[in-house]
Design a protein around this ligand. Structure first.
Ligand SMILES: [Cu+2]
Length: 246
């Protein structure tokens, strides 16, 4: 009798965990003419220049094989349960200054989650964040200052981070109040896990291509594929698209 009860209890446990939410995943590609990216000249700082053996190009549009899109911030725009709050991860997200570039170029964190900003270059950087909802910040990181930590207490769309020493340096930080987001690497792949079953709008953001929204229905225990193509909006002129002054 006791044994039978245990079997039933275990069975329920397994089915509950298998049913806990669904996944949305897919690949984001670029469609359209690929504009040439401007080469960044780092001769103003010998330490920056020395970090690179290959020419460095602007990151306004970073493509992988088959025109997959890097640096796409993917998030749930609508559909999450109203009023639910989510735990803040204690683990920091890292933003490195490496070869006088921001690595990764785009990051996303949850509210109050630490962003560990590293200086791996042995040269002076100046991290200048330009949020509009969070407080603006401007922190000098001399060669000896290898690490600082920042947190953001307001949800905010991706905002620019720049370096006042190296004008070509630019990156983005987005702040979320839930864990349902991702940022693509060069393979263009994203995955948002553990979504409660329901209907959602998923938003895709790229710094020059703008945003795109797709609808998706998520079922418990299932993966829904959402392959997305982004292209240059009419309003972005071809030249504007590629010009990054340095
Ligand atoms: Cu710098």
């Amino acid at each position: 009798m006791k044994r039978q009860f245990l079997t039933v209890a275990l069975g329920m446990l397994v089915s509950t965990s298998a049913m806990a939410g669904g996944t949305v995943s897919g690949t984001i590609k670029y469609d359209g003419q690929v504009p040439p990216m401007k080469t960044i000249k780092m001769s103003a700082d010998a330490k920056c220049e020395a970090k690179h053996t290959e020419p460095v190009t602007a990151e306004a549009l970073v493509l992988g094989e088959g025109n997959t899109l890097a640096n796409i911030f993917v998030r749930v725009k609508s559909g999450l349960p109203e009023g639910k709050t989510y735990e803040t991860p204690a683990e920091p997200t890292v933003l490195n200054q490496l070869g006088c570039m921001y690595v990764p170029h785009v990051i996303a964190v949850q509210k109050d989650q630490p962003v560990k900003i590293l200086n791996s270059d042995g040269t002076l950087h100046n991290v200048h964040g330009l949020p509009t909802k969070n407080a603006e910040f401007n922190v000098a990181m001399p060669a000896f200052k290898k690490e600082i930590s920042k947190t953001f207490d307001q949800v905010e769309d991706p905002f620019k981070v720049k370096c006042d020493v190296h004008p070509w340096m630019g990156g983005y930080i987005a702040v979320m109040d839930n864990p349902f987001f991702d940022v693509t690497a060069q393979d263009g792949k994203f995955e948002i896990k553990d979504l409660p079953a329901g209907d959602y709008e998923i938003e895709f953001w790229q710094e020059k291509l703008g945003t795109q929204v797709q609808k998706v229905t998520v079922a418990d225990g299932a993966t829904q594929t959402l392959d997305v193509t982004m292209t240059r909006p009419e309003t972005v002129g071809q030249l504007n698209f590629i010009v990054i002054e340095n």
